[in-house]
Write a protein of this length. Sequence first.
Length: 444
Amino acid sequence: MEQRTKTIGFKEALSIGIGQTIGSGVMAYTGIAIGMTGRGVVLAYILSSILVLALTMPIAQLGSTLPTTGGEYMYTSRILSPTLGTFYMFIYVVYNMTISVYAISFTEYLQQLVPGIPFKLIAVAMLTVFYIANIFGLRTAAMVQKIMVVVLILGLAAFVFFGLPKVDFSGFTSETMFPQGFSGIFGAAALLTFATGGANVITHLGHDMKNPGRDIPVVMAIATIVVGIIYAFIALVASGILPVEEVTNKNLGVVASTFMPAPAYLFFMVGGAMIAITTTLNSTLGWVTKPLLMFVEDGYLPKRLGAVNKYGTPYILLTVFYIVGLVPIVSGISLSTISSIGSCAMLCRCLIPACAGFLIYKKYPEACRKSFFLFKPQLMYATVAVAAVIMLLQMQTLLSMQTQQAVIITICYVVVAFILSVIINKVRNVNFYTGDEKKDFRQD
């Protein structure tokens, strides 16, 4: 069993939430979104943040009401069913192939500063450094995270500070902002949820937080809003200085090199772009083991896999995800392929536990009565329904952008994963629901 030392206060939680959200997404996807909707990318980022708030509202309420380790898995397996909990884990593991995105993106930015570097070696080294940092526990990782987030904000502020005076605001017209109509804006916003989303992972750290009932929803809201504002300004600069065709599908480093003085450009590349990516990688490795740890403790995998070291880190499971992240780097899978898989898997991963909001009042009325942040039943049901509709529309939009082969592979994986989940739980015949939230969610 994982140690239950409360190591994460509000400041640490907020740094994890912001650090998880600001990462490779804004660096890699801004240029792609410009290609989809021109200078409308500014509106797309704003819409994306609003969508993320709507999408994560059910999870924020569940996290405040039933704080636990591995939140999304626990809500799915206890409130919905063990079968759906297992299905969630199949999706979850595939989603975390995106760990490699951070190491790959970091190396791409470093390559702009130091051409000719050994790409795969640097990417592997980057992943390894933060794997080791997290082996020493959440306290060490959180301390590193707070320092990096401060540097990160300063780096991104430099991009906006030097770029904003050079923006040609007259170029923001209906033609340049809506080249494909509202569908282009919505499609870009759907893609950009991968960039503006992420603060919801704080629900996986409920047992490690000092005041999870309050901090989980507050951190999720503040982190999403703050990052959304930052991204809108970055998008304004990225799309408003050069002609749209020159920044389409280009990362922010290419844009920054055209208007930032050399020292400021270097600081942005290191303190902004590269640190943005590493904060996400660091926080990901801090929470990524939590759902799988609970899956192990539920008896689906050998108990020895959940062993923890003296720092409270489930080091074997962390090593599993380290290897999951290494595979795409070593195999050379493209960043766009990994990101596409990750975006759809992320939405599916969020949709399943969000539906637990329909049953929380029925199954845990006492916890609902004491919750710091929980809407009245009808409003809670409405937020779940809205989130589900938005996620389904986003998944449809993202799948429409993929090749037919990619769509077939995705659908086949989902179908096979669900069938296996049914079979596994038919054989095990388990039920984790007792109605006692302290027992069900291990709130010891």
